[in-house]
Write a protein that binds this ligand. Structure first.
Ligand SMILES: CSCCC(=O)C(=O)COP(=O)(O)O
Ligand code: ZN
Length: 210
């Protein structure tokens, strides 16, 4: 992916996938692809766009100070600060942020613990954990109204071994080296949020998987 139009198409394809899943309700969510590492340039959705119907003009090129490059009246995502902080920390290739019922429910249920611990599930492999004894913790941060603070909180909590952070009663950020990897990580965590929520509902969550 070298040209900006190709990067913009990658962002649109990611958004279409997530939107078709119902993960981007009411214009929520934001998605980005790193356009260049040094200096950092990012292709990111504009604020307020309907992510089901993105067109190339809805994808903006921004610099590391969140300034839009190019001629447009649109503003980048209100949550651009979170993307920039994560790119700075991990130099990853793509970031997806979606709002789903199950990630919101799990963020509320485990808010006091500040994380969701998971072990003993096959889909941990999709997050890069192949050891059958692997145990991971997905961090949960408060939903700060100050978006610079939110960006710092997400990046501080984020761990390289677990490519996702939940924001309480808001949504999830997931990332990867490529758009496909970011999507895979997002799908895995969404599956696990739904699975663990439903398991808890039927009283089947043992200490090991709490
Ligand atoms: C309508 S959802 C509220 C804002 C939000 O959480 C979000 O993800 C979308 O914000 P953006 O500025 O990226 O459209
Ligand atoms: Zn959001």
């Amino acid at each position: 992916m070298h040209t900006f139009p190709e990067q913009a198409e990658a962002v649109i394809a990611l958004a279409k996938f997530c939107s078709d899943k119902g993960w981007l309700p009411a214009t929520s969510g934001n998605l980005s692809v790193k356009a260049q590492a040094e200096p950092l340039r990012v292709a990111i959705t504009r604020s307020g766009a309907d992510k089901q119907r993105l067109v190339p003009a809805d994808i903006l090129l921004i610099d590391e100070d969140m300034q839009v490059m190019g001629d447009t009246a649109y503003k980048p995502s209100a949550e651009t600060s979170v993307h920039i902080e994560l790119y700075r920390k991990f130099n990853c290739g793509s970031i997806v942020h979606v709002h789903t019922v199950f990630n919101n429910l799990m963020s509320e249920l485990y808010a006091s613990e500040g994380q969701i611990e998971i072990s003993g599930h096959e889909l941990l492999k999709a997050l890069g954990h192949w050891d059958e004894h692997a145990r991971i913790a997905i961090p949960i941060v408060p939903n700060h109204a100050d978006l610079d603070e939110l960006g710092r909180a997400v990046a501080d909590a984020a761990q390289a071994e677990v490519p996702a952070v939940l924001v309480r009663a808001h949504g999830i950020y997931a990332w990867g080296d490529t758009p496909d990897a970011a999507r895979r990580h997002l799908e895995a965590v969404e599956f696990l949020c739904e699975y663990l929520y439903r398991l808890r509902l039927i009283g089947g969550m043992s200490d090991v998987r709490k």
